[in-house]
Design a protein around this ligand. Sequence first.
Ligand SMILES: Cc1cc2nc3c(=O)[nH]c(=O)nc-3n(C[C@H](O)[C@H](O)[C@H](O)COP(=O)(O)O)c2cc1C
Length: 157
Amino acid sequence: MKFNTDILSLFDKGWALVTAGDLDCFNTMTISWGAMGTLWNKPTCTVYVKPVRYTHEFMDANDYFTVSFFDEKYRDALALLGTKSGRDSDKVEESGLTPVRIGENLVGYVQAAHTLVCRKIYRQDMDTAFMPEAERERHYLTEAPHTMYIGEIIGIG
Ligand SMILES: Cc1cc2nc3c(=O)[nH]c(=O)nc-3n(C[C@H](O)[C@H](O)[C@H](O)COP(=O)(O)O)c2cc1C
């Protein structure tokens, strides 16, 4: 598996969609925090999802998730998917992106430039006791801290 990228700007500048569920029942949201690396000798992709997000339910309920990266021209679609909740509307339909079945029964997007297929191998709720006070105050005064999901990358398309 090869994926050559500028990892420090991939999430931060490029954004991505994290998607969990199958075509009959899935949710997706925009992320700009993430990591790629190695754990337990496996290639991994880590994402951070706040419990308040609808996507969180899907991340917990499913053993797999996908992470999709897009060209700049889809920035508006990603902005929409990162401001609306799948709880309230069919935001994927509104975004104009086309969901597509990936692998066994996962969901990615026809328009994605790259899609990582990830098998969830670890999850942990972040603990505000172990983070800088500035970040605690900036991100978690009113909402519970992110859950970290580490996925083994089992496919790159
Ligand atoms: C550029 C951008 C990056 C974001 N990154 C994250 C992230 O890394 N983690 C997170 O929990 N929320 C992030 N969000 C917020 C969610 O995408 C947003 O709350 C979304 O509406 C949740 O949708 P859902 O309720 O359908 O899951 C980001 C939003 C934007 C616009």
